[in-house]
Design a protein around this ligand. Structure first.
Ligand code: ZN
Length: 172
């Protein structure tokens, strides 16, 4: 009898530990199911905390927002508009979100030499969370992404723009 009690006392913590260990697995499962979520509307709505953000750029080399606040794990649908009239070749704009810890000046420097890929240096893909395409006058582009808690810097990587066209996304 005594032996049995000891055994059950031992079994409980093991169960808890394996339960805790199972949690990250559940998260990654729900993340991957997002891709196929069209088949299950309920699951889609359950984690569809979604926020729309609009950023406007112009011929004055400005974004109208320098700080964006979103919640961790929520789906961010970001639209960049270019309200300028100058041609894309001289005043194009994009919005590139960098991973925390990325050196923005370094990224912008590499972007200058990446005209063929619209100033998105392919060698720096690992430093980018998401980016819009390069927009000419009157154009817009929408990107969707989800962020973890932290601060993310964004910039326009068109040559010479990042010193004015930059900001941060604060994820709480
Ligand atoms: Zn720009």
């Amino acid at each position: 009898m005594k032996k049995l009690l000891i055994l059950s006392a031992f079994v409980v913590p093991v169960f808890l530990a394996s339960c805790g260990g199972g949690q990250p697995k559940t998260e990654s499962e729900s993340a991957s199911s997002e891709v196929v979520s069209g088949t299950d509307e309920h699951a889609n709505h359950a984690d569809a905390a979604e926020v729309a953000v609009q950023v406007v750029s112009n011929d004055q080399m400005k974004f109208d927002l320098s700080e964006i606040k979103v919640k961790a794990g929520e789906k961010v649908v970001l639209t960049l508009k270019n309200e300028g009239t100058l041609p894309k070749e001289s005043m194009g704009h994009n919005l590139v979100i960098l991973k925390p810890g990325t050196d923005m000046a370094d990224y912008a420097m590499k972007a200058i030499n990446s005209k063929d890929t619209e100033y998105i240096p392919s060698s720096e893909e690992g430093s980018v969370v998401a980016h819009t395409k390069l927009l000419g006058p009157g154009e817009s582009d929408t990107i969707t992404f989800t962020l973890e808690k932290g601060e993310y810097e964004f910039l326009c990587s068109f040559p010479g723009h990042y010193s004015l066209m930059r900001g941060k996304i604060i994820v709480e």
